[in-house]
Design a protein around this ligand. Sequence first.
Ligand SMILES: Nc1ncnc2c1ncn2[C@@H]1O[C@H](COP(=O)(O)OP(=O)(O)OP(=O)(O)O)[C@@H](O)[C@H]1O
Ligand SMILES: [Mg+2]
Length: 393
Amino acid sequence: MTPRIILFTGKGGVGKTTSAAGTATLAARRGERTLVLSTDAAHSLGDAFGLPIGAEPTEVATNLWVQQVDAQRRFERSWGEVQGYLRSVLDTVGVDPITAEELTVIPGAEEVLALLELRAQVVSGTWDVVVVDCAPTAETLRLLALPEALGWYMDRVFGVQRKVVRALRPVLTRAAGVPMPEDSVFDAVQRLHADLSEVQQLLTDKCATVRLVLTPETVVVAEARRSLTTLSLYGYRVDGVIANRVFPSGAGEAFLDGWARAQEKVLAEVRQSFVDLPVWLSAYQAGEPVGADLLAGFAEAAYAGDDPFAVPTGEGPMTITRTDSGAVLRIALPFAQRQDVDLARHGDELVVTVGSYRRLLALPAALARHTVSGARVEEGSLQVRFRFEEESR
Ligand SMILES: Nc1ncnc2c1ncn2[C@@H]1O[C@H](COP(=O)(O)OP(=O)(O)OP(=O)(O)O)[C@@H](O)[C@H]1O
Ligand SMILES: [Mg+2]
C-alpha cells in the first residue's frame, strides 16, 4: 500500500523542519512506521532531533526514522553510467578531467536524486507515513516541476537521439573520434525517466499532500499564496497551512501585545486567503522546540485535535467534466488573475503559464484529439473547453 506522504514547504526559516519533524513524531507515536526525510541540503533534521543523522534512515525513536538525502552519493550510484559517458566525451574533446567532473554534475542533479530517494523509500513497502522536509519554496517548486519537465525533455531528446545514434554509431565514432553513448546509457536514461514518472504519479496521488508553513508576516503570506497557485498548476494538492511563531495576545507587555495585534491582522488575511484549507496556529515558544518530545508537543498543539494524517476528500487540482458537446478541463489556480495566465495548445499538449511558472501538460487521450473551443480564468481556476467533433463522439 502507498504510504501517506506529506511534504512541508514555505519561505526560509518559517519552521518547515520543525513542522515536518513534529508531524512525523506524532505519526510514529500513533504506531505508524514513519520516515521523515529531508531534501534540503541544509540538513537541519538532525538539529531538530538533537541527534546525528545519516544518509540512510536512522531510527531516532520507536517507529520513527530520519534520513537526510545525500545527493552526491546517490548521484554516483545511479548516474555513474551517464556521467561516465559524458566524462569520456569531454575527455576525448580535450577537457581536463577536473573540469569534466564539474561539467557532468548536471544542474538540478541534487533535486533529481532527492526525488529518486523519495521514490525508493515510498515504494519500499517499509513505511506507513513518509514526511518530507523540503527546501525553501522556490527550490521545492523547482523540485516538484521536475519530473514532468524532465520526462518531456527525455522523451524528445533521448528518444530521437537513440535512433540516430544506433544508426550512426560506427560512422561517427570513427569520423569524429568521439565515443557514442552505449545502449546502456540510454537504458539508464530510460530507467530514470520511468522512475521520475512514478515519482510524479505518487506525489499527485490522493495520498500525497503539501502543507504550507508560514509566519504571520505580509511578505511571507504573499509568498505562500503564490506557492498555492503554482503547486495547483503542477497538480499537487495542498491540504493545510501552518501559521507558526504566533505571539500570544494579552501578555501584558506593550512590545508583545503590539506584535500580537499586528499578527492578528495578518492572520485574518491568512484565513481569508486559504478559506478552503485548515489554518493551524503554532505559538512562538520561549525556546527552540528540539528533540522528539518538544516536537510532538509542537505538532499536537498546532493540529489542535484535527487528524493530521487524514487523506483529503474532494477533487484534486485538475478535473475533466463532460458536457453536451464536449468536455471542460479545469485546473485550479487559486488567486490567479486572467492577465497572469497564458494558454497555448501545442499538438497533444497544453502549455499553461502562470507568472513565471509553466506547465507542459500532456492532454489525456480522451481530449487530445479534440479542438479547444474556448478558455477562461474564473473564480480561481482555468477552464479549457473542448469541442468533440461529430464522428468522434
Ligand atoms: N514556534 C516556534 N517557537 C520557537 N522557536 C521556533 C518555533 N518554530 C521554529 N523554531 C525554531 O526556529 C528555527 C528555524 O526553524 P526551522 O528550522 O523549523 O525552519 P525552516 O523553515 O526549516 O528553516 P530553513 O528554511 O532554514 O530550512 C529553529 O531553530 C527552530 O527550533
Ligand atoms: Mg529546514
